[in-house]
Design a protein around this ligand. Structure first.
Ligand code: C2E
Ligand code: CA
Ligand code: CA
Length: 264
């Protein structure tokens, strides 16, 4: 069965199964920085599919994984691989760096999710405080119910949740009403249009203030220019991420990046 078609390329369930079996799914890690100290606080795991026809970006195959039900098997692989890489990062001396993973609504609704997370933490001997789950608003979630179930389990286990792509969807504010986020990630669209006009800058500044009033540290995504970085720092944004600092990197290149950063 073909589930998804993009630019003439068909992504089938069997392609994905073969990809998983042949270890074709790889993670690139993009560092997150403290804007004041420029210290790396976390790395975000961004999935790529190194398929026989070339690299496929996550937006093209994750919906297929979700439609096919393969996403659950995939979550197991994701947790094991990213936490194993985090172990390498800690063992190399960067012991306060956290791992941020992206968790979709479909993954959150999986009743075995917490069991899978705990198993991966146990196997890799990573403390839960170093795992952050980034939640995106791709589909409506029953927040009051989830507050009492999966999000309660996250809190009890000491696993952090952050709100991804903040500001892009009508339900952003609803999320803030119900859940205790440890980080608010402002969508890159707000950063990209920062220089356009006063209205954009006012909204961005108010999002940062809102985060601080709610005692949630704020991270700006997609920083590409020095002007953006300087403005965000001046306006008390806590953390930043983007090509200005570093593109997402394979684990070996990330280790070199961290080493160079330490030496400077
Ligand atoms: P996201 O979580 O918002 O990730 C940030 C995206 O912005 C990444 O695209 C990253 O490469 C890109 N980016 C980072 N800095 C910059 C910048 O300075 N400028 C620009 N123009 N782009 C920047 P990517 O890797 O293609 O990921 C797209 C989306 O796919 C992610 O958005 C995330 O929602 C999803 N995704 C990635 N990996 C996973 C995964 O393992 N599981 C799930 N469920 N979703 C994933
Ligand atoms: Ca993310
Ligand atoms: Ca994002």
């Amino acid at each position: 069965m073909f589930l998804f078609k993009k630019k003439g390329q068909k992504v089938s369930e069997s392609d994905l199964k073969r990809g998983l079996k042949n270890n074709e799914f790889v993670f690139y890690y993009q560092p997150e920085f403290d804007l004041k100290t420029e210290k790396v606080i976390a790395v975000e795991a961004l999935m790529r599919w190194d398929s026989p026809t070339g690299i496929v970006p996550p937006n093209e195959f994750i919906p297929v994984l979700e439609q096919s039900g393969l996403i659950h098997k995939f979550t197991e692989f994701l947790l094991h691989q990213t936490l194993t890489d985090l172990k390498k990062i800690h063992e190399a001396g960067y012991s306060d760096v956290a791992m941020a993973i992206n968790v979709s609504g479909v993954q959150l609704k999986d009743k075995t999710l917490m069991k899978t997370i705990k198993k991966a933490l146990d196997e890799t001997k990573i403390s839960p405080q170093f795992l952050e789950c980034e939640i995106t608003e791709t589909q409506p979630l029953d927040l009051p119910a989830m507050k009492e179930t999966i999000f309660k389990e996250f809190a009890e286990a000491g696993i952090k949740i952050s709100l991804d792509d903040f500001g892009t969807c009508y339900s952003s504010f609803n999320y803030l009403r119900y859940l205790d986020f440890k980080k608010l990630k402002i969508d890159c669209d707000f950063i990209r249009t920062l220089g356009d006009n006063v209205r954009n800058r006012t909204i961005l500044s108010l999002i940062i203030q809102l985060g601080h009033i709610l005692k949630i540290p704020v991270l700006a995504e997609g920083i590409e220019t020095t002007e953006q970085k300087v403005w965000l720092e001046k306006n008390n944004c806590d953390f930043g991420q983007g090509f200005w600092f570093s593109r997402p990197l394979p684990i070996d290149q990330l280790m070199i990046f961290l080493k160079k950063k330490k030496e400077n």
